[in-house]
Design a protein around this ligand. Structure first.
Ligand SMILES: Cc1cc2nc3c(=O)[nH]c(=O)nc-3n(C[C@H](O)[C@H](O)[C@H](O)COP(=O)(O)OP(=O)(O)OC[C@H]3O[C@@H](n4cnc5c(N)ncnc54)[C@H](O)[C@@H]3O)c2cc1C
Length: 508
C-alpha cells in the first residue's frame, strides 16, 4: 500500500531542468574538490561551445574533469557530503537546460575518460571510455573496416546516447546502441565502482539500457563492433503534393525492408530559404538500391499518372564521413528543442501527421534562424527483435509491438526572445500529432528518450511493469536519491517533490 501511495503522490517522470533557488553546499564542495587530483576550472568557460544555447548559457559553480573512475567516485562522495547538485556531461548534446550542465552546481565533465581499445577478430568489440563521442569510435574502428552501432551524428556522446537507446543507420541488422552493449563499468551512488553485464549485476545491466542517468555514472562501456565497408546513402526529394506516395513507400518498406537496405527514413521539412515544404526519403544500403525515377498515382478513373522525383542524390561513404555530414545539418549555437512520439506503421496516418505539422508551422514562419523538420524513423520488427539480446533492455518494446515508426521533431532558432513562443509551438505540435494518432487508434505509448520533449512523462511509455522494476532497483541502489534529487537534469524516474518521509526502505 505504501508503494501505491508513493506512486500516486509522485506520478511524474519528467526531465527536470534546473534546481530553482537552491545551491546546497556547492561552494564548499568545489573548494574541497580543488585539493583532489582532478582538473578544475571555475565557471562556464569551456562549456560555451555546448551544442544547444539552453545548455551553453548555464554556469556551474565548478566543472570537474575526472581522469579515472576513482576520481568520479571521490567527486560523488564530496557531492553527497555537501548535498550539492550536479550534472554529468558526456557529449553535451542534450538540448534542454541543465540536462548535463549544472546551474550553480558541479558539472562532472567526462571528456578526459577517452580510452578506446579495439578488439578485432571473433566477437569483435570496442572498449570505450565515457568521454568519447561517436566520432572517436567510428574513427578508431575505420582502419579495421568496422563500425559500432552509435548515432547518425558524430558529435553525440557515446554513453548519453546509449542510456537513452541509440539509433544508427545499421540498427536493422545490429539493433539499437543499447542492445550492442556487452558491459558497463559504473560508479554507484555510494561511490562503489562495479561492472554490469549479462552475468554480473544483470538487473543493473538491464536498467542501464534505456533507463537514462538514474542509476550511476558510467565510466566505460564495451560494445559490439561489426564489419562495415563504405555504404551507399541515397536521398530523393519529392513535392509535398505527393507525400502520400512517399508515405506509401515508407509503409511498405517498414513492413518488409528490401534486401541489403539497412535503413530508410522520411524527412518532412519547412525549408525556410525557399519558403516551402520539402519531403525527402533517405536510404542506407550496402549495394546501391534501385531508386525510382517516377512514382505512379492512380487518377479517379484508375488510370496511372506519373509523378516526378524532384531530385536524386547518392554517394558511397564511410560511417564517419556520413555522420560528419549529418552534423553540418545540425550546427551548434542555436536554441534547440526536441520532441518525439511513436505510432504504428500506417501511411494514411503519416500524411495526416504531416498536415498537422504544416498547419502548426504557420505560427512560427517568421521566427529568426528557424530550422524545423520531422523525421519518420521506422522501427521494424527485425530491429525490435534485437531488444531481447543479453536479457533485454528496459525500453518496454517487443517484436510483437512492431512495426512502429518513431517520429522525431527537430527545432532550432536564434533569438532568446522567441523561446516562449517556441515552447508553445512544440507543446501544440506534439498535442496535435498525438491526438491525431489517438483518433486513428494508432498511437504507441513508447517515447524515444534521446529525442523526447523535456516535459514528457517519459517512463510512462516503458510500461507499468518496467517502471516498477526500474524504480525498485533505483531505491535499492540509491536510497538517498543522489541521482534523483541531487542530479535534476535528464529524465527522472521519480519526481523531485517526493517527500523523504515516503521513502520506506523496508518495502525493498
Ligand atoms: C545533432 C544531433 C543528432 C542526433 N542524432 C541521433 C541519432 O541518430 N540517434 C540517436 O539515438 N540519438 C541522436 N541524437 C540524440 C542524442 O543521442 C542524445 O541527445 C543523447 O542524450 C546525447 O548524449 P550526449 O552524451 O551527447 O549528451 P549529454 O547531454 O552530455 O548527455 C545526455 C544525458 O546522459 C547523461 N550522461 C552522459 N554521460 C553519462 C555518463 N557517463 N554516465 C551517466 N550519465 C551520463 C547526461 O547527464 C544527460 O542527462 C542526436 C542529437 C543531436 C544533437
Amino acid at each position: 500500500m505504501k508503494m501505491l501511495k508513493l506512486i500516486l503522490v509522485a506520478p511524474l517522470c519528467f526531465a527536470a531542468s534546473v534546481v530553482s533557488g537552491v545551491t546546497f553546499g556547492c561552494k564548499q564542495a568545489c573548494l574541497e574538490l580543488s585539493n583532489f587530483d582532478v582538473s578544475r576550472s571555475t565557471g562556464n568557460t569551456a562549456l560555451s561551445s555546448l551544442w544547444s544555447n539552453f545548455q551553453a548559457e548555464v554556469e556551474p559553480e565548478c566543472r570537474l574533469v575526472p581522469r579515472h573512475n576513482r576520481d568520479v567516485a571521490e567527486i560523488l562522495r564530496v557531492i553527497r557530503k555537501f548535498n550539492c547538485h550536479f550534472a554529468v556531461l558526456g557529449g553535451g548534446t542534450s538540448p534542454f537546460k541543465g540536462a548535463s550542465n549544472a546551474d550553480a552546481g558541479i558539472t562532472i565533465d567526462m571528456q578526459s575518460l577517452r580510452d578506446l581499445d579495439v578488439v578485432d577478430g571473433e566477437n569483435a568489440h570496442v572498449v570505450v571510455g565515457a568521454g568519447n563521442l561517436w566520432a572517436h569510435v567510428y574513427a578508431a574502428l575505420a582502419p579495421f573496416n568496422m563500425s559500432a552501432t552509435g548515432t547518425r551524428n558524430s558529435l553525440t556522446g557515446v554513453i548519453g546516447s546509449i542510456l537513452g537507446g541509440g539509433i544508427l543507420f545499421f540498427s536493422e541488422a545490429h539493433g539499437w546502441a543499447c542492445d550492442t552493449v556487452i558491459e558497463f563499468e559504473l560508479v554507484l551512488a555510494n561511490s562503489s565502482v562495479i561492472l554490469a553485464n549479462e552475468h554480473q549485476n544483470p538487473e543493473i545491466f538491464w536498467a542501464l539500457r534505456g533507463g537514462g542517468n538514474n542509476f550511476g555514472i558510467v565510466t566505460r562501456v564495451s560494445i559490439e563492433a561489426f564489419k562495415n565497408p563504405p555504404t551507399w546513402y541515397t536521398f530523393q526529394r519529392f513535392s509535398p503534393d505527393h507525400m502520400d506516395l512517399v508515405f506509401n513507400r515508407l509503409e511498405a518498406h517498414t513492413n518488409s525492408m528490401p534486401n541489403d537496405v539497412c535503413q530508410i527514413a522520411v524527412t518532412f521539412q519547412w525549408h525556410v530559404p525557399t519558403d516551402q515544404f520539402v519531403v525527402s526519403e533517405r536510404m542506407v544500403a550496402y549495394e546501391l538500391p534501385e531508386l525510382p525515377e517516377i512514382l505512379w498515382r492512380k487518377d479517379s478513373q484508375g488510370k496511372l499518372e506519373p509523378v516526378s522525383v524532384l531530385q536524386t542524390v547518392s554517394y558511397q561513404r564511410s560511417i564517419l564521413a556520413m555522420a560528419e555530414k549529418m552534423d553540418q545539418m545540425n550546427p551548434h549555437g542555436f536554441f534547440n528543442l526536441f520532441g518525439s512520439l511513436t505510432v504504428y506503421n500506417d501511411s494514411d496516418l503519416f500524411t495526416m501527421l504531416a498536415r498537422v505539422f504544416m498547419a502548426e508551422i504557420e505560427h512560427i514562419k517568421t521566427i529568426e534562424g528557424l530550422q524545423v523538420y520531422i523525421v519518420y524513423n521506422p522501427l521494424t520488427s527485425k530491429a525490435l527483435s534485437h531488444m531481447q539480446k543479453r536479457g533485454g533492455n528496459a525500453l518496454g518494446l517487443e517484436s510483437r509491438d512492431g512495426p512502429l515508426t518513431i517520429i522525431n521533431i527537430n527545432l532550432h532558432w536564434s533569438k532568446q526572445n522567441d523561446n516562449d513562443q517556441m515552447y508553445v509551438f512544440m507543446r501544440n505540435l506534439i498535442k496535435g500529432l498525438r491526438s491525431t494518432a489517438v483518433q486513428k487508434g494508432l498511437l504507441h505509448p513508447y517515447l524515444f528518450q534521446n529525442h523526447a520533449f523535456e516535459e514528457e512523462n517519459l517512463f510512462d511509455g516503458y510500461g507499468v511493469v518496467n517502471v516498477g522494476r526500474l524504480r525498485t532497483l533505483q531505491k535499492i541502489l540509491d536510497p538517498d536519491r543522489v541521482f534523483q534529487a541531487l542530479q535534476p537534469g535528464g529524465f527522472k524516474l521519480w519526481a523531485d517533490q517526493v517527500d523523504d518521509a515516503q521513502w520506506d526502505k523496508s518495502e525493498l
